[in-house]
Design a protein around this ligand. Structure first.
Ligand SMILES: *Cc1c(COP(=O)(O)O)cnc(C)c1O
Length: 463
């Protein structure tokens, strides 16, 4: 007995966790000071991973050391305050911690019996999200990987519901021979909707495209005559301009004619938590389904998408799978609300984010990032550059002149490493996109980034 006690060493798990925690802490401490895009040499060093499949085991600590030493320098510093590419949030402290715990728990959020905790937290966060986003309380939803999957899930539910009304059961009989459904999208529709509708069997070419205005908003007056076999996809927060479709008017017309309205609100819907920006999301609550992301504006870790459907039965009808061994209880079962069965418990981090922020914290995050986008806008205008969009939320589009010059400025900004922004095409013009989405970004970060942008643009001959 005595000998055994003397011989106790910390378990391999404990050692691995301590090492990971120490390395992760260092990463978090240093990330704000590091260049944003990894240095080319650090990316090249990733070649070190390309060994033959190891014939023998490695010590867990050595595995983690290699991961940190080769991996960490080659990450993109999206959590480091000056990343403005795509629409990528940082990660809140409570979320990162919850993510570690969730890793230790390794819960499967498939069925309630597999993880009562995961199922319960999903119930809580889905209700909180409806409250935060001013959506109908009767909505049912699911936690999925991303807005693309959320769009797909909602469109599958819409498709099945509309065709069932027409006497056609898609789940049993498929799409071949089904009565046609008209898909209506705006000219500035996000590519993920097109992918989602192609996955759902509609076909990217078989869409009716409604003209949009100069900010990318669907023009309600250009809507075609709708029927009860139409799905209209509208947008809360254009990925480039941040603009919002006129939801009240579109939903009113669609309702009159029995059409289904789906909202792609990947990030924009979250503007609704702020009294200052709520007017932008007004009317979106009248729709039938919604897709949004928690990994964008609310700064939850990847991956974290959310689908919500007003008529929960439609969602369940489209997503249910049954087998004797999957027998479920009387309460909500996560797997009947998503395309996936086995799934990580992404409600854990989502709960931690919403709990740690609360309504006022979430509101402050939205308002602060919008104010920082405005700071970018004024700085860029003051330097003489052309801002192409009305900066209504956290998105700024700037041109540095002709397409080639703008592209060259973007390339050098990325190379410089002070901050990171991507490019886009906006209404026929090449532009740089700035998306302020991280809780951690400060005014000083914006000023430092502006200084780099102006310095680089001048070096490219932009006056
Ligand atoms: C980001 C975005 C998407 C896609 O989101 P993923 O989470 O990457 O799938 C869809 N629509 C809009 C408007 C977006 O901004």
């Amino acid at each position: 007995m005595k000998k055994q006690t003397q011989g106790i060493t910390r378990s391999a798990s404990d050692d691995a966790l301590n090492l990971a925690a120490e390395r992760a802490r260092r990463y978090v401490r240093e990330i704000g000071a590091r260049r944003v895009a990894p240095a080319p040499g650090d990316v090249a060093a990733l070649a070190g991973f390309h060994e033959g499949f190891p014939a023998t085991p490695s010590d867990p600590q050595d595995v983690l050391r290699m991961l940190d030493e080769l991996g960490s320098p080659a990450t993109v510093a999206t959590t480091g305050r000056r990343y403005f590419g795509f629409v990528v949030g940082g990660v809140l402290p409570a979320v990162m911690g919850a993510n570690w715990l969730a890793g230790a728990w390794d819960q499967n959020a498939c069925l309630r019996v597999m993880s009562p905790l995961a199922a319960e937290l999903e119930d809580v966060v889905l209700r909180w999200i409806c409250e935060a986003l001013n959506l109908p309380v009767e909505c049912e939803g699911g936690l999925v990987t991303c807005a693309t999957t959320a769009n797909f899930t909602a469109l599958a539910a819409a498709r099945n519901a509309l065709l069932l009304k027409a006497g056609w059961d898609v789940a049993e009989d498929g799409m071949f021979g089904a009565p046609p459904i008209e898909m209506v999208v705006g000219a500035e529709v996000h590519a993920s909707i097109l992918k989602a509708l192609s996955l759902a069997g509609f076909g990217k070419r078989r869409v009716t495209i409604v003209e949009s205005d100069a900010q990318g908003r669907m023009r309600a007056d250009k809507l075609p005559k709708l029927t009860e076999r139409a799905i209209v996809c509208i947008q809360a927060g254009n990925v480039n301009s941040g603009s919002f479709d006129p939801a009240s008017e579109i939903c009113r017309r669609a309702k009159e004619q029995g059409a289904w309205v789906h909202v792609d609100g990947a990030f924009g819907l979250w503007a609704g938590v702020s009294p200052r920006y709520r007017h932008l999301t007004q009317g979106f609550e009248l729709a039938d389904s919604w897709a949004t992301d928690a990994h964008k504006w609310p700064n939850v870790s990847y991956d974290n998408g959310i689908v919500l459907v007003r008529d929960g039965a439609s969602l369940r009808a489209a997503m249910t799978q049954s087998a004797a061994y999957l027998a479920s209880g009387t309460r909500r079962e996560p797997m009947h609300h998503t395309p996936e069965a086995s799934r990580r418990a992404r409600g854990v981090e989502l709960w931690a984010a919403l709990k740690s922020l609360g309504r006022s914290g979430l509101c402050a995050l939205i308002e602060r990032t919008c104010a920082l986008a405005k700071r970018f806008e004024s700085g860029l205008r003051a330097a003489g550059f052309q801002v192409l969009n009305e900066v209504v939320i956290n998105q700024v589009l700037v041109s540095f002149g002709d397409a080639a010059t703008t592209r060259e400025v973007i390339r050098r900004i990325q190379e410089d490493g002070t901050c990171w922004c991507g490019g886009t095409e906006w209404q026929g013009k090449t532009a740089m996109r700035i998306s302020v989405s991280s809780w951690a970004t400060t005014e000083e970060d914006v000023d430092r980034s502006l200084e780099a942008m102006v310095r680089i643009a001048r070096a490219c001959g932009v006056s």
